[in-house]
Design a protein around this ligand. Sequence first.
Ligand SMILES: *Cc1c(COP(=O)(O)O)cnc(C)c1O
Length: 239
Amino acid sequence: MTSRAEEIAQNLAAVQTRIRRACEAAGRNPVSVRLLAVSKTYPPEDVTACADAGQLLFGENRVQEAIAKMPLCPGRLQWHLIGHLQSNKAAHAVESFDYIHSVDSLALLQRLDRLAVERGRRPTVLLEVNVSGEKSKSGMPPDQLAATLAAVPGLQALTVAGLMTVPPIAADPEEARPYFRELRRLRDDAQAATDLALPELSMGMTHDFEVAIAEGATFVRIGTAIFGPRPPMVPRLES
Ligand SMILES: *Cc1c(COP(=O)(O)O)cnc(C)c1O
């Protein structure tokens, strides 16, 4: 019999090993890739088990769910918001998250900066880019990146550290490679065109993180391989 905590610890160790191997294969230093354990839909007990096994960075995709969970988890953790952020939840996001990976417009970037100044917070953010152009995906179109980055020198509280993307769902992880490569190219071009340092590339999930590491990921966001498959999302009923 394996307890839930042991299962999570074993899964985490297996993911860490795969990350190390992917780094070796790509000739990269393993410390250049940070693992975000994506705990959405999973309870605080699972987060605690994962933290006890040495994991400190956690990703959540819904502000409300995360805020309810955080006080029930160990205090030493760093929380990253990775899901689409509605502007009416921006204040809560600034209060509760250390990183926001899903900034998908200039308006949201400026709003987050104002809210962070008001609240004395200094979160780090990434700009989410919809590289594939799929309508169902969040993220700004690549052609809005330059105008958004032009606002960065005027920000007072936020640090913009890089880019994030979610590629289209595909059976073969290799199909994600062009999107990861394109995000890196957009980052390289942006750095060359500005004085900004944009070291972070948040890309790669359970299904395709080894490919993302080969293409330069610095954050991989992994849920299923650590916590197991999530139940399908159930639409909320009107009450
Ligand atoms: C859920 C989620 C992940 C993790 O997905 P897995 O396939 O379970 O690893 C990563 N990134 C985002 C934006 C997510 O919403």
